[in-house]
Ligand binder design. Structure first.
Ligand code: NAD
Ligand code: GLY
Length: 368
């Protein structure tokens, strides 16, 4: 479905009595309608980090202060390396010291790291309280803030300790993206592109036609791209909240991408950079199996490259590549499971012949 360009929009994540709106637009923080209908207790807790706070906290604080008797701010150290137990504990410490009760609402103001931690804290505090996602990275606006996956990392694995806990609302204010560093912004574009090949090929074609406006962060183009991304994610989550099957399609490009992140060491490539390259490899594999025409795989490669994301896989060594992909959460009895394309706009979770996986990696000099 070709998206119509819009100024602002609401997408509903349909989960019965836990349904909620994802609101996408400009200047949302200042609009009373953004907060309408939320059951707000006496206490509100904004969880953020110093960098995001320096740009965006004052506006959020001004909007929320009249809505709560007491508004608290918990500022956590910035970075994936702090997505851990001791940092989570800081949220609980602050809330207990402030006497926050079960009607307290937590506001996650930040990227995916803050969203995942504030969400997990909300899932645990007094056995579960409400929270609102205010995602400030593109990745968080189109992916991590929607769908209720919350987690912290364990030294033995990323996102291994967590809970499904849906937010009360998600506010994707594209104004927040104006301060995002270019590399982070482009990394988020990978997750936007992802939705086309897995679910809506005409959205992919629209992204091809709008790539320049997107890269330039044109607000109307962003609202439209984020809205369509959230619609697709909402539809998947509504049908398979806990990833028993369908939700896995959201991990297109992630099997190769995860190997890149672990193989190079977390942080060498941003998540979206690894996913972008992973999508190129997964599309190539789909074409080699004969499930899509090679020109479709080429178009995915071209759009990923145009967004400034890497398309050449790093040289991890063939055996290391395969070993890392066997460690992926989707692997079954040591057999690698990929999210591949069954056609343009159709994703399938399946195993692939190892000979073809080797072929995909070889031209990328990944075997050096
Ligand atoms: P991030 O939260 O680390 O943010 C990236 C950087 O941008 C940080 O330094 C942050 O402080 C900064 N930043 C955030 N907003 C900014 C703004 N508006 N202006 C300037 N700087 C800003 O990274 P991310 O890419 O947003 O999220 C990655 C995390 O999301 C990972 O931990 C990943 O596991 C998680 N994730 C979760 C889900 C899910 O479904 N829950 C899905 C995908 C990813
Ligand atoms: N980011 C994948 C998911 O939410 O399931």
């Amino acid at each position: 479905m070709k998206p119509s360009v819009v100024e602002s929009s609401r997408v509903v994540v349909r989960l019965g009595e836990r349904s909620y709106d994802v609101v996408i637009g400009r200047g949302l923080i200042d609009q009373a309608s953004s907060w309408d209908g939320l059951r707000l207790g006496a206490d509100g807790v904004v969880v953020t980090n110093p960098l995001v706070a320096s740009y965006h906290l004052e506006k959020v604080r001004a909007a929320l202060a009249p809505l709560h008797r007491r508004l608290h701010v918990v500022s956590l150290p910035d970075g994936e390396q702090h997505k851990d137990w001791p940092t989570l504990q800081r949220i609980f410490d602050a809330m207990l010291q402030a006497g926050c009760d079960r009607r307290t609402v937590v506001y996650a103001l930040g990227g995916g790291v803050i969203g995942d931690m504030a969400g997990f804290a909300s899932a645990c505090y007094m056995r579960g309280i409400g929270y609102v996602q205010i995602p400030t990275t593109l990745l968080a606006q189109v992916d991590s803030s929607v769908g209720g996956k919350t987690a912290i990392n364990h030294p033995l694995g990323k996102n291994m300790i967590g809970a499904f806990h849906q937010p009360l609302r998600v506010l994707c204010d594209v104004d927040h993206l104006s301060t995002l560093p270019e590399r982070e912004f482009r990394s988020g574009l990978a997750e936007v592109i992802k939705y086309g090949p897995i679910s809506d090929w005409s959205f992919f074609e629209w992204l091809e036609s709008q790539a320049d406006a997107l890269i330039a962060r044109d607000p109307r183009t962003l609202v439209t791209a984020i809205r369509r991304s959230c619609e697709i994610k909402a539809a998947v989550v509504s049908r398979d909240e806990r990833e028993s099957d369908l939700r896995a399609v959201l991990n297109f490009g992630h099997t190769f991408g995860h190997a890149i992140e672990v193989g190079l060491g977390y942080g060498a490539w941003l998540h979206g950079e690894a996913v972008g390259c992973g999508m190129v490899l997964a599309a190539d594999l789909s074409a080699r199996i004969g499930q899509i025409e090679p020109p479709i795989a080429d178009r995915i490669r071209q759009l990923v490259a145009r967004c400034g994301l890497p398309v050449e896989a790093p040289a991890l060594g063939m055996e290391r590549w395969l070993q890392l992909m066997r460690m992926d959460k989707k692997a079954q009895a040591g057999e690698i499971q990929f999210v591949l394309l069954g056609g343009p706009g159709v994703a399938v979770v399946q195993a692939a012949p190892e000979s073809l996986v080797r072929e995909v990696l070889s031209p990328h000099k990944a075997t050096a």
